[in-house]
Write a protein that binds this ligand. Sequence first.
Ligand code: SF4
Length: 327
Amino acid sequence: MKPAAPWRTCYRVDRRTRGANITDPKTQTPAVDRGIDLSRGLDLQRVESAITWAQQAYARCDVCAERCHVNRLAGELGRCGLGEQARVYKEYVHFGEESVFTPSHTVYLAGCSMRCAFCSDHGPVWSPSAHGVELPPAALAKRIAQRRGEGATNVNFVGGVPDTSILFILRTLALCPADTHVVFNTNLWSTPAAIDALTGIVGTWLIDLKFGPGRCGKKLAQVDRYWETITPLLAGIADTEQIVVRHLVMPGHLDCCTIPAIDWLERYRPQAAFNLMTGYHPYKMAGHRSGMGRSLSKEERLRSHQVLSRSSLPHRMLDGRWLDTAE
Ligand code: SF4
């Protein structure tokens, strides 16, 4: 068997911050930026009770909306392909996330509950056992402390998705200080019980609202009842938690996905911070029959900017930067 690749660690510097010293406080995000408060820590008592919940949930797994009902503690695998242990496949201090989170210690966990046809990382995401490494929670907690010392203002769990590795994340956070700000970068293919377990632990929910109310969720990510599942969860979290909603504009999906997503937020949860991302890249999908094998056209890009500009959302970002500074 091919040996698992070690977890990759690197600093990735984008052109906006090239040359910046990440330990320089002047380059760091203020603790509160337009209502996003990075000084929110985590409740360590809640972490302990959430671990108890997650251990039980893994035994007949229903920690995400797939509800595979496999016993992950006994090595049975559901859609995410994960047993009890998580696999970390890279981590670094990221300068390309939303400006409010930069610099962010981003931890990539293998495995996912969706099967997005346009996934940019589908090796570790779809075949977790062949990628990354199983780490003891103490090793990751130590790395989180190190990255924080280097200037990261938060630890940002992503993947794949963090939802399917919730037990490992909680065991790691139990070893972190209470003033750790946790960003949970989720597709929200989740359940009310999982969200409840993470309340008081996650500092900011960074939520991908991927598709609109039609059949795009089924067609592109192989999930049933996407809109009916996601929107009630999103509404509930927005009422009590600090959130940033992301939407990636996809080629040919402005009318069916982008516009309904913005409309829904405007109508039901307008105070949520929103980031419209226009950097879709087809990766290995050139010529794919789904229509996703191309970048956005100039017209699509322009129209998506117009849709965002005309929206009444008060906290809008374009490609990670607040709209008034991005324009
Ligand atoms: S976390 Fe994995 S095994 Fe559990 S319900 Fe979701 S996809 Fe299935």
